[in-house]
Design a protein around this ligand. Sequence first.
Ligand SMILES: Cc1cc2nc3c(=O)[nH]c(=O)nc-3n(C[C@H](O)[C@H](O)[C@H](O)COP(=O)(O)OP(=O)(O)OC[C@H]3O[C@@H](n4cnc5c(N)ncnc54)[C@H](O)[C@@H]3O)c2cc1C
Length: 645
Amino acid sequence: MSTDFYRDGEPVADAKAPAGPIAERWEKRRFSGRLVNPANRRKLRVIVVGTGLAGASAAATLGELGYRVANYCFQDSSRRAHSIAAQGGINAAKNYRNDGDSVHRLFYDTVKGGDFRSRESNVHRLAEVSTEIIDQCVAQGVPFAREYGGLLDNRSFGGAQVSRTFYARGQTGQQLLLGAYQALQRQVAAGTVDLHTRHEMLELVIVDGKARGIVVRDLVTGEISTELADAVVLATGGYGNVYFLSTNAMGCNVTAGWRAHRKGAYFANPCYTQIHPTCIPQSGEHQSKLTLMSESLRNDGRVWVPKKKGDDRHPADIPEDERDYYLERRYPAFGNLVPRDIASRAAKVVCDEGHGVGPGGLGVYLDFAAAIERLGRKAVEAKYGNLFDMYERITGENPYERPMRIYPAVHYTMGGLWVDYDLSSNIPGLFVTGEANFSDHGANRLGASALMQGLSDGYFVLPNTISDYLADGPFEAVPEDHEAVVAARRAVDDRIAFFLGNDGDRTVDSFHRELGKIMWEYCGMERTEEGLTKAIGLIRSLKDEFWRRVKVTGKNEQLNQELEKAGRVADFLELGELMCIDALHRSESCGGHFRAESQTEDGEAKRDDANFSYVAAWEYGEDAPVLHKEALEFEYVKPTQRSYK
Ligand SMILES: Cc1cc2nc3c(=O)[nH]c(=O)nc-3n(C[C@H](O)[C@H](O)[C@H](O)COP(=O)(O)OP(=O)(O)OC[C@H]3O[C@@H](n4cnc5c(N)ncnc54)[C@H](O)[C@@H]3O)c2cc1C
């Protein structure tokens, strides 16, 4: 059904996923994929854009295998990739707790948690590989928490009834990234990886239909250069900052993926956004970032609101029988550990009904009083101390004495560039890993599964699958004066020249903030046909205004963050429109995509499997995007209405 907003295209299929028993598919694919012998690997060049968990692990492993790797990031150190911010943990089906976990259970929980909108084959592989990740990271020296017997400790995250989350206090991402960074630096020292920090990829180079290179800008000197290779890997992270306010680092953006999309790479499920239930509420208009309070806190914190609307008593003065522990009441089986989409929506419902606490009534309590009484303050401090300190520094309130106030915020994007089982996009030679691909999480990611997926992709999957493509290489060398290279460079130069030359009067940030408000209002926690249609109109006029009125100060030949942001916001404006079109066309609710028109009697997301059991892979079109559907099949976990009751 084509509409004014998009056109229908041919279906797309994942031709690389093997058939047969699910537990044998990954083994089968590794065997059927062609290898490259060690001597030939030295002749092959691979570009990896990104040094987060997905990029650093891929670059280090490809370097160790003997490929010649060029690795890029825009931060001043590869260690500053956004993965460093991850707090709570990483899942793996080790079953150290002997509480009934298994590869199959992790697979099952993830398919169900994603509301039956992910691929079974991919998710099973992720669950299989999860155990290898932990072994590899321990061998690297990652200091995971241990329990007194010496085994690695585990805690629980949402959407699971077992404890399978490995953690390093509230700094798991940091410790994992330091592990990957060491592995990467070893390759830098060995000469297999060339690391380029402070460089931003601004274009993809395609020659004869294959991805053959990138155009980058040196963010310090402004120099534009080209890197050419046999394959390109994008590990460039998520695009939650399209909402302006999110828990993502300020620099996170969609430019690498969007430039590839404009050159033909499909963008899948762009509207699937994760809104995390435990963030510090926004305190005012001046803010440019929101802060996550890790989901791990829901292991011991109890979520509640006053039963009486508008009750502004000190929380300690509200007696037990006047409190509504609404997650425990509505979802007794999972309680405070329901998945994020469910917990976020439940918080919105109680706040919309007038039970919210704090400024504007946009907050609910996360209370540790019972945990402190049960375990003692010291034990709580040992588990969550750094998170409690962070909360106190930001809010001025002591969470040991007064419950934290939390509210949902944009956190993660399940959508991303479409990839097949080999992590190859539809452009030959362009691979995508980590949060940048549309990944294995369906319409809702379970907590502690992003780190698992990034490292699975980088350490284990991509190094095995990319060889099947590279076995045909080295490809014919591309000269710097090839017309495709020249055109890509010219496109970058022209855009920069436009921004710096435009006689505008509005800051880049003001456009970004306005886009974010539109996205949050109409494509946030609850979406409607009317709201999304309105949002598309608003974004289109904002985009027109952006190109007329944007003002970028400074020059190219210097560190110029206004210029960097201008390019990123230009791409966010186009992405935001596509997200709304995707959200509008998917008139069902699933996971984090909640369409008000499609809900059950008790307000849960109501899927429409008959019409929407597919991945929406969007092709760029000058006039309108083209929708390619990839049908999803479920042989092992039969789709049901999700229940956490
Ligand atoms: C506050 C917070 C806490 C989290 N906690 C957890 C957790 O406990 N467990 C969990 O599983 N997940 C967690 N997540 C999610 C998880 O951290 C991310 O999904 C994951 O780290 C993404 O890794 P990545 O390697 O794909 O991307 P990133 O870490 O974002 O890395 C992207 C890389 O790409 C580079 N890059 C991007 N664009 C360009 C460009 N155009 N040119 C050059 N370089 C570019 C960047 O410089 C960077 O090196 C958390 C997320 C947040 C925001």
